[in-house]
Design a protein. Structure first.
Length: 471
């Protein structure tokens, strides 16, 4: 009897450190660094160097918005084939290839002259860094027991810190030595990520090797389609202004990528829950990455902050969102992701509507932006606490699809904010639109809360199953 009581007490004392020791911490660290540097390169033309590039090329507000939005969209679309490839190929090798491809734009801008069209094409390559999400999370989770998935996936996804590094590291270098030289610094971080991924990563997810060539083909077609339709839509040859034509990109290229998926995974989109979760993540992660990419332009255009100060504030905001994400996962493990998301969508809607309707001065607006990033971080952790519980045998594919929706949300946020500024003279309309979308998500979750809560926590019998299946 005494031994049983002692065991129960020991179980209750299990904390974060013990939880991390229960799996392969080297893979977790390498996945985090891979995700972190991927995010850093992904947003290189946004908070890091965007203001400097825009000044050199003389870009309009809408062009600035799309310069940020195209890499975000690319990452969103690539997460679908990346998640698909992950079902068939060792994630380690996908990560290594992704690091190499995302380094190419940095090399290009230091060797050749560029124009706005070139920027849009290079954005597709930068997006490969953001697609690291679909690999890093399930790969890290595959090395840990199911009962710690909220914590582990939250920590792996703290690679969002890459966005903070963009605002903190690169603007001062760009101001002194030029933005192209600053971009070269990112290659150092990519090299470190490559070495760690090659040396440390282990992928313990079950694979379906028969999907290998189909998955690779899917990625290649998606990549080529994105570049081709970006050029077609931006040129306006289909009869729609380039600024508004680019808004069709997610629909056209996303449909192509989904049609190329294996029938099993296409069938998943015929069900309700994937779409609901895609909406949730389009708001939480789309909000995080879209605002991370756009907030420097907002701080500069609305409040007159110089590029370095705007970058520092953006770094603080992104750091908050990234740091809060694992806490959101941890809290969700304790009380359930459904409860956390109800609070998150309420907060996002409130902040967006206040910012949009009243256009408050900086001393009110910046704290409201900070609260937005807190909500984004908590929401990101909560969504992916629920994903492995809802789809225990399709975590990789669910991560890819839902992650893609997050990027699409970021694309529309960045592009809408730029268009709002150009058409109305302020960012207010952009805030209002996303505040309303958050209210829609809140309403949907409220009516589904009882159903979702029934599986939205880890039951005792599930805790005993120590193997995470990613098939």
């Amino acid at each position: 009897m005494k031994n049983n009581n002692k065991e129960k007490k020991e179980k209750k004392k299990v904390g974060i450190i013990e939880a991390l020791k229960s799996g392969d911490i080297k893979t977790l660290i390498a996945s985090l660094i891979y995700f972190d540097t991927g995010f850093m390169v992904w947003l290189l033309f946004g908070p890091a160097l965007g203001l400097f590039i825009a000044q050199e090329l003389g870009l309009s507000p809408a062009e600035k918005g799309f310069m940020v939005a195209i890499p975000i969209l690319a990452a969103a679309l690539f997460r679908i084939p990346f998640g698909y490839m992950y079902q068939a190929i060792n994630g380690k090798y996908i990560a290594l290839a992704g690091i190499i491809l995302s380094a190419l734009p940095i090399i290009y801008v230091n060797l050749f002259p560029i124009n706005y069209t070139t920027l849009l094409i290079l954005g597709a390559f930068l997006g490969i860094g953001g697609a690291s999400f679909a690999i890093a999370l399930p790969m890290a989770g595959s090395n840990y027991p199911k009962k710690y998935q909220g914590l582990v996936l939250g920590l792996a996804a703290a690679g969002n810190l890459g966005a903070m590094m963009d605002g903190l590291i690169f603007p001062p270098i760009a101001e002194t030595y030029g933005w192209r030289t600053a971009a070269l610094v990112a290659l150092i971080f990519l090299a470190i990520a490559f070495i760690l991924c090659y040396s440390w990563i282990k992928d313990n997810c079950l694979k379906r090797p028969e999907l290998k060539y189909h998955a690779i083909f899917n990625f290649i077609v998606t990549f080529i389609s994105l570049i081709a339709f970006t050029l077609i839509l931006y040129s306006g040859i289909i009869g729609i202004s380039g600024k508004f034509g680019l808004l069709l990109l997610p629909i056209i290229v996303g449909a192509i990528s989904i049609l190329l998926l294996d029938k099993t995974y296409r069938n998943a989109l015929k069900k309700r829950d994937p779409w609901i979760f895609m909406l949730f993540y389009a708001i939480t992660f789309g909000g995080f990455v879209g605002m991370s990419g756009s907030v420097a332009f907002i701080l500069n255009g609305q409040y007159g902050f110089d590029p370095v100060l705007a970058g520092m504030i953006m770094a603080l905001l992104s750091f908050t969102g990234a740091l809060i994400r694992p806490i959101g996962g941890w809290i969700s493990d304790k009380i359930g992701g459904v409860k956390v998301l109800l609070a998150v969508f309420t907060a996002i809607a409130f902040c967006d509507l206040v910012l949009g309707l009243f256009l408050p001065p900086a001393f009110i607006g910046v704290p409201l932006l900070w609260l937005l990033f807190v909500a984004f971080g908590l929401g990101n952790g909560a969504v992916f606490q629920l994903v492995p519980l809802r789809w225990p045998r399709a975590t990789g594919m669910a991560t890819g699809l839902i992650g893609a929706a997050g990027g699409v949300g970021g694309f529309y946020l960045s592009s809408t904010m730029g268009l709002a500024k150009e058409l109305t003279g302020s960012y207010g309309l952009g805030y209002i639109i996303f505040g309303i979308i958050s209210l829609i998500a809140l309403t949907a979750l409220y009516f589904l809360r009882h159903e979702y809560h029934s599986w939205g926590y880890v039951r005792e019998e599930e805790v005993k199953k120590e193997v995470v299946v990613c098939e």
